[in-house]
Ligand binder design. Sequence first.
Ligand SMILES: [Zn+2]
Length: 153
Amino acid sequence: MDLLPKSAGKEIGEMMHHIAPRCTITLYKAPFMSSNLFIPKTCKHCGKAFTARTTVTNYCGDTCAKKAYKARKRNEKIQTTLDNAVQQSKEIINHYNSDAINNKDFLSVTEASQLIGVSRWTIQRMIQQGRLKAVTFGRKHIVARWQIENLFN
Ligand SMILES: [Zn+2]
């Protein structure tokens, strides 16, 4: 009993003819390839086991490769959105901090450095050299705002 029509063999043959040349080219161009090699691998997208012909194959097929690519792009987009949100909140915090500094009469070394836009070390060096007067509370140096404003007189 014939389950397949006689033409089926011919059709499969034609199909293979279409697939085979492409495979040859792909394998030929692929790095670290060996046409004799069958590497047991797990698809990085669906987790299915498959045999790869090259060491660089990560997905069981085109569908998974495309899905993985889309997922990667989506994650990149989410990451960018998150980065932007973090950046925005940093700017808000900086703005709030500078407002707070502007309303303070006594500043820490960090605040003093932010007020005039120099590094904390510069402020610390100026205190050590006696160029900027500071009062020490425990380990903390506190600078009066007018002492900083005095530097510009
Ligand atoms: Zn897969």
